[in-house]
Write a protein that binds this ligand. Structure first.
Ligand code: ADP
Length: 398
């Protein structure tokens, strides 16, 4: 076979996720996950042909060690010479990047410039990028930004109502996230419905452990629920979403908490986990709510109500609604949440088709509203890796 494969890398500060994809079929030939990077017991797990293999990284427990181990694994399966380019997920491209781009020194400097906007993520992406450049010598690298798709948001949607000089001085504004998923899902929705995306006003809910919602019109993001950071917006697994900013001074004065403690609480101990006191995992919350656990019942209702409220407001941003789209682990699988969200949206003319809703699970796309609904609600599985692979192949000229 001569066809070139794409390696997609997603580097966090202590983890590295990788996948080798066939850009045409979308097939994942090999995947890996390195964990506990920069700790003595770092390791990487490879998945090839349905089989898992764990490799110790303690001799070199950093991003370079992980990429070296990946190279060895690729060699063992004769895949190394078939890799044509590498695509990297990058959390923040700030206002510098509105699309994916082939990496050169200037792009590396650009990602560095955006570090204040993603202080944990962008430095980790750069480590992965440098490791890939040195180990996969001569291959083109492409970066795909989570924020890029949202650069079409109008000023009145991305600006915070605080002194404008703070935006000018620090770039303090709303940037959004999950952009790669939204781009993929908006294209797929149009394809699935047999329409041109330019003719569709969509509200897309990407509901995973992190959750957000975006208004898309004319194929472009018009508004999104995440802001300067992924903390704003919906109730999430462990994040609070929207909250009165005065919570900071209230907790500082009454609970003697520091800014760092409050920030950590809002990001890691809130959302479904904080309300229920049980778990951030939506399946657990649904199961416990069904058994009558009061915290789980409240967490589930708050998740659903906030989401329904946001769908209403995103309908304004999209200028109307042709398609409401559910994606992400929860959006693709939870018939319960979809049904209860649609229960709030009868006034928009959306009515659930119970049977279709139950069928749209485990990777199956499908329209879940009745034929007499004024708009469609549809489940479309996301595939961020494939979108990154497509951009990487296109920009590398493969
Ligand atoms: P991440 O944001 O980490 O990529 P995912 O998109 O994988 O997350 O989604 C993870 C969430 O999806 C978890 O809360 C999980 O409980 C939820 N989920 C997966 N399957 C189901 C299901 N059948 N019913 C309800 N929730 C589900």
């Amino acid at each position: 076979m001569t066809q070139k494969l794409i390696l997609v890398l997603n580097c966090g500060s202590s983890s590295l996720k990788g996948a080798v994809l066939d850009n045409d079929s979308g097939e994942v030939l090999l995947s890996c996950l390195a964990e506990k990077l920069n700790l003595p017991d770092a390791y990487i797990t490879f998945k090839f042909n349905g089989e898992k293999r764990k490799v110790d990284l303690s001799a070199k427990p950093d991003h370079t060690g992980a990429v070296e181990a990946l190279m060895e694994e690729l060699k063992a399966h004769d895949l190394d010479s078939r890799i044509g380019a590498i695509g990297h997920r990058v959390v923040s491209g700030g206002e510098l990047y509105s699309e994916s781009i082939l990496v050169d020194d200037e792009v590396i400097a650009g990602i560095e410039k955006c570090i204040p906007l993603a202080p944990l993520h962008n430095p980790a992406h750069l480590l992965g990028l440098r490791a890939a450049q040195s180990i996969f010598k001569g291959l083109p690298n492409v970066v795909v930004f989570d924020t890029a798709f949202h650069q079409t948001m109008p000023e009145h949607a991305y600006t915070y109502a605080i002194p404008h000089e703070l935006y000018e001085k620090y770039g303090l504004r709303r940037y959004g996230a999950h952009g790669t998923s939204y781009r993929y899902v908006s294209d797929e929705t149009a394809r699935f419905l047999g329409k041109d995306k330019k003719d569709l006003r969509m509200v897309i809910a990407h509901l995973g452990n992190g959750a957000s919602i975006t208004a898309v019109a004319n194929g472009e993001s018009r508004d999104t629920s995440m802001g300067l950071t992924p903390l704003e917006g919906l109730v999430m697994g462990t994040r609070s979403g929207d909250i009165d900013p005065a919570v900071f001074s209230f907790l500082a004065e009454n609970a003697n908490m520091t800014i760092a403690q409050i920030t950590e609480m809002l990001n890691k101990k809130s959302g479904l986990l904080g309300i229920s006191g049980l778990s951030n995992d939506c399946r657990t919350i649904e199961e416990e709510a069904a058994k009558g656990h009061p915290g789980a019942k409240l967490a589930l209702e708050m998740f659903i109500y906030r989401l329904a409220k946001y769908i209403g407001s995103m309908t304004v941003a999209a200028g109307g609604l042709d398609a409401l789209v559910f994606t992400g682990g929860i959006g693709e699988n939870s018939d319960i949440i979809r049904e209860r969200v649609l229960g709030y949206l009868g006034f928009l003319g959306l009515h659930i088709d119970q049977e279709a809703n139950l069928k749209a699970r485990f990777g199956n796309a499908g329209v879940i509203t009745t034929a007499d609904s004024k708009a469609v609600a549809v489940v479309i599985p996301t595939n961020e890796e494939l979108m990154i692979a497509h951009d990487t192949a296109r920009l590398s000229g493969l």
